[in-house]
Design a protein around this ligand. Structure first.
Ligand code: 5GP
Length: 193
């Protein structure tokens, strides 16, 4: 997605060879015009399964806005986001998976209340970044536990060398990434395509 790639070049900051900062349009301040285009692009990429999508799954916090804009292009299906902290209101009946946060270097459990994910639900995963794949694999694990089906994973920015894409594909998950970064070197961001 050229417009996204150009925006990353224009506003993205290479924090290190491993981390890309895009908080001026994706992770802190949100560019709603760009998010709408991102939603439309995910619809194009997953057009063949669009009629089957029952739910969009993501993880708080940055995934929520992307998923919500994407849902508009999939008949406004519900967006269900996994929670990273256990709220006191989530007393029973939830699925959870252990996830290692690469940016924060901590382990945490992600949870989805079992009222919002049912056996047979056909789900699209949408997230802002795909790095080592932990977050997305956590959602895949939760979906499997619930008996839900994953139709694919739509990712805004994939950092290819960190291997998350391959790990998801090994699990049989179709991955569509709108911008694929191949490396970050000397402050420069390199893309596939
Ligand atoms: P993974 O679980 O695939 O290793 O990492 C995915 C999650 O970590 C994303 O949901 C995102 O929140 C965060 N993340 C991973 N790499 C980056 C990065 O380079 N920049 C930012 N802003 N977040 C990242």
């Amino acid at each position: 997605m050229k417009i996204l790639q150009n925006r990353i070049i224009q506003d993205g900051v290479a924090v290190s060879t491993e981390i890309l900062k895009v908080d001026s349009f994706l992770n802190h301040q949100v560019d709603v015009t760009l998010f709408d285009l991102i939603g439309a692009e995910f619809r194009t990429r997953f057009d063949d399964v669009a009629g089957k999508v029952d739910k969009i799954l993501t993880i708080e916090a940055s995934g929520i806005a992307v998923a919500a804009f994407t849902a508009k292009y999939f008949s406004s299906v519900p967006v269900v986001f996994a929670k990273k902290d256990k709220p006191s209101t989530m007393t029973e009946g939830y699925y959870f998976a252990e996830v290692m946060s690469f940016t924060k270097r901590t382990m945490s459990a992600i949870r989805i209340d079992n009222r919002f994910l049912k056996k047979g639900d056909r789900c699209l995963i949408i997230d802002d970044f795909l790095a080592h794949g932990q977050a997305a694999l956590g959602l895949v694990q939760i979906a499997a536990e619930a008996g839900a089906e994953i139709l694919g994973a739509g990712i805004v920015i994939e950092k290819e060398w960190q291997g998350g894409g391959d790990r998801l594909r090994e699990k049989g998950v179709r991955v569509e990434s709108l911008a694929v970064v191949t490396k970050i070197e000397d402050g420069e961001i390199y893309f596939k395509g």
